[in-house]
Structure formats: structure tokens, C-alpha cells
Design a binder for this molecule. Structure first.
Ligand code: NAP
Length: 334
């Protein structure tokens, strides 16, 4: 094994849309494996929209980022819970190797027929976010109508599939291209979808769900949230999971939603949530989702970019909508 590893550093704070110039790849000596730690060689790295928010403050400058989900294989261990050879999911961020502190890694033993990468998508935080939204917060019932924004993305695609399995009668998605619209209907089983570039989101949603919807999983914010509120029936529920349309301009308040009073007027339950507050449901979600993956009733929709040198580009691509499904980067052999 080499005595060094590579890590992505953030080298400047962005003002608006980030670019490759805000990052650099830096070589470091491998850390010592002290008692209670283990060294993993990474195989898959996750790139996610929330990382744009980390770029404004939480990610340090000029040092390894230290936060970001990844799966690696343990290559040295002084932690009794992690054996050399174990696959482990951890939060060590964009690097080729990670030192995992005791209790901070989840050992993964892939179920039959389930790929390792899926433990960062449907069986990772992405799937848990969708599971919590649809089953814990919205509690989608048989026959109900649901709207999902960013439907061709990681969380949205899983959410629509879970809702169909829960018996939802009409699941509508929005996405950013005609190809994505086809994908969510033909591959993921949504009942209808539209490209939000084709007109005002509220009009397009009204055409796709003329009688309105009972529940919404909303991850875009702005005009998408406004359209969601507009389409939600009396006593309906909205799980507001994110606002990707706003992440590049946190200094500018969004122009929408302008119809917030409808939440009160129609007794709508609008609930925001963060998956980190629902980690106690992770095992339940994995147990529920795994058999559906094994039988093919849930598709693990992943886009895997090859090579550590492409991690920044993959991340920037998620912010632009280049991805279909969960964007992952393969940085090592399994
Ligand atoms: P994702 O959907 O796989 O990727 C983001 C997608 O957002 C892009 O593919 C793009 O697809 C769409 N997008 C980007 N800019 C947009 C814009 N201005 N307007 C409309 N759509 C835009 O990512 P994800 O991980 O599943 O996250 C989706 C949302 O859920 C994000 O807001 C994220 O922050 C949130 N989230 C929240 C939690 C939580 O704990 N609360 C956890 C995970 C994710 P199109 O081509 O369709 O535009």
C-alpha cells in the first residue's frame, strides 16, 4: 500500500454557482492507526446537494473536508468492531482513504443480489430520506395522489417508488428534461411526469393532477413549493425536504412561495425535516427496502462516475441536474 492518500480540499468560498476552481486535490501521508480507529480504502463516494450548503461555512478551507458519506474497505484496524476486509460506510468525505473513529462506521454485509453502491443510495441516507418522507411524515395511504419534485433525482426517485408500493393511486413527478420525464414514468413507475421548463410549474402540475394531490414530497423550493401548496387539497400534507433551487444564493430570499396563506386556509400540514433527525429509523428502512430491491419492485437508480479525479465534477453536475438517480463516484476496486 502507498504511504500517502489523496483528499479533496475546498480552497475558496463560492459566491453563487461553485466551480472546479473552489477545490484542489492534495496528497497527504496516511494517518497512523491509533487504538480505537481503523483505516479504510474508499470504494464509493457520495456527492449531494447539501454539500453546496457546506461550502459556505462548514467545510474547512485547505484541509480534507472531513464530512461526506462514503463506503470503503478496512485495510488496517485497531478497533475491535472493524476487521480488516470489512466493508464500512462512514462520513469521512471525499478522499481515497479515511481514518474511522470507533463507533463512526456502519459495517455493511450486502444482502444477496444487492450491490455495494446501493448502501449509499436506496439503503443509505437517500433511501432513508425518501422512506421517512413517504411513510413516516406523509403516511401515504392507498389510493392517494402524490406530487414529487426533483423526481428523477436520488430522493425523489425512491420516494415515488415507495409511494406506489404503499398503494398511492396517482404519483406525479417533475424533472428537468424530457428524457428524465420518460425515465421516471417508464423505469420508476410514476403515473405521470412533466418537464418544469415547459411552463409555470403550477400550471403543469394542475394539468398532471387536475383534482389536486393529497400529499407532496418537495425538494426544490421556490416556484415548485408554491405549485405544491397550490395543488394540495384540504387537510393534505407536504413534506418539505429541501430547496435545491436556492442553495447557490442563500443571501437572496426566494420570490416564491407567495401563497403560504393557503396552508392555513386549507388546513394543510406543511412539515420540514432533516434525515439526521430520523437515524433511529435506518434499520427499519433497510429491512423494508431490501426485499423490494431483491425482487425488483424498487429500482436502485444510480449514476456512477469513475475515478477520484472526477469527484468535484460529479458534484457540480448534481447542482446542474446532470444526474439521473443517485450520483456516486467509484474511486477504488471492491
Ligand atoms: P438529486 O435530486 O439527485 O439531485 C438534485 C437534482 O435537483 C438535480 O438532478 C436537478 O434535477 C434538480 N435541480 C437542480 N437545480 C434545480 C433547480 N433550480 N430547479 C429545479 N430542480 C433543480 O439530489 P437529492 O440528494 O435527491 O436531493 C434532492 C433534494 O432533497 C435537495 O433539495 C436536497 O437538499 C434534499 N435532501 C434533503 C435531505 C434532508 O435530510 N432534508 C436529505 C437528502 C436530500 P433536474 O434536472 O430535474 O432539475
Amino acid at each position: 500500500m502507498s504511504s500517502t492518500f489523496r483528499a479533496v480540499h475546498q480552497v475558496a468560498r463560492p459566491d453563487g454557482v461553485p466551480g472546479a476552481e473552489h477545490f484542489a486535490v492534495v496528497e497527504h501521508p496516511l494517518p497512523a492507526v491509533e487504538p480505537g480507529t481503523a483505516l479504510a480504502e474508499n470504494i464509493y463516494l457520495s456527492v449531494d446537494p447539501y454539500m453546496r450548503e457546506l461550502m459556505d461555512e462548514e467545510w474547512p478551507l485547505h484541509e480534507p473536508l472531513g464530512f461526506g458519506r462514503a463506503i470503503g474497505r478496512v485495510v488496517r484496524s485497531a478497533d475491535p468492531d472493524l476487521r480488516v476486509g470489512d466493508l464500512v460506510e462512514h462520513g469521512g468525505g471525499w478522499s481515497t482513504h479515511a481514518l474511522i473513529q470507533h463507533g463512526r462506521g456502519r459495517v455493511i454485509r450486502p444482502a444477496a443480489g444487492v450491490a455495494t453502491a446501493t448502501y449509499l443510495s436506496v439503503l443509505g441516507a437517500t433511501g432513508l430520506t425518501a422512506y421517512v418522507g413517504v411513510r413516516e411524515i406523509l403516511r401515504v395511504q392507498s389510493g392517494e395522489a402524490l406530487y414529487v419534485s426533483a423526481a428523477a433525482g436520488a430522493v425523489g426517485g425512491v420516494a415515488g417508488q415507495i409511494a406506489k408500493l404503499a398503494g398511492a393511486g396517482h404519483v406525479v413527478g417533475s424533472a428537468g428534461s424530457a428524457a428524465k420525464v420518460r425515465h421516471v414514468v417508464e423505469r420508476l413507475g410514476f403515473d405521470a411526469a412533466f418537464d418544469y421548463h415547459d411552463g409555470p410549474v403550477a400550471d403543469l402540475l394542475a394539468q398532471a393532477a387536475p383534482k389536486g394531490v393529497d400529499a407532496v414530497l418537495e425538494g426544490v423550493g421556490g416556484d415548485h413549493l408554491e405549485a405544491a401548496i397550490g395543488a394540495t387539497r384540504e387537510f393534505g400534507r407536504i413534506a418539505w425536504v429541501g430547496a435545491i433551487s436556492q442553495y447557490n444564493r442563500p443571501d437572496r430570499p426566494p420570490a416564491a412561495p407567495r401563497n403560504l396563506y393557503a396552508v392555513s386556509d386549507r388546513s394543510i400540514h406543511l412539515r420540514g425535516y432533516q434525515v439526521r433527525h430520523f437515524m433511529h429509523l435506518q434499520q427499519e428502512a433497510v429491512s423494508w427496502l431490501t426485499p423490494h430491491l431483491q425482487t425488483g419492485r424498487i429500482v436502485a437508480d444510480e449514476q456512477v462516475v469513475e475515478g477520484f479525479e472526477h469527484v468535484v465534477e460529479a458534484f457540480l453536475g448534481v447542482l446542474r441536474g446532470d444526474n439521473t438517480g443517485k450520483m456516486l463516484v467509484r474511486v477504488g476496486e471492491e
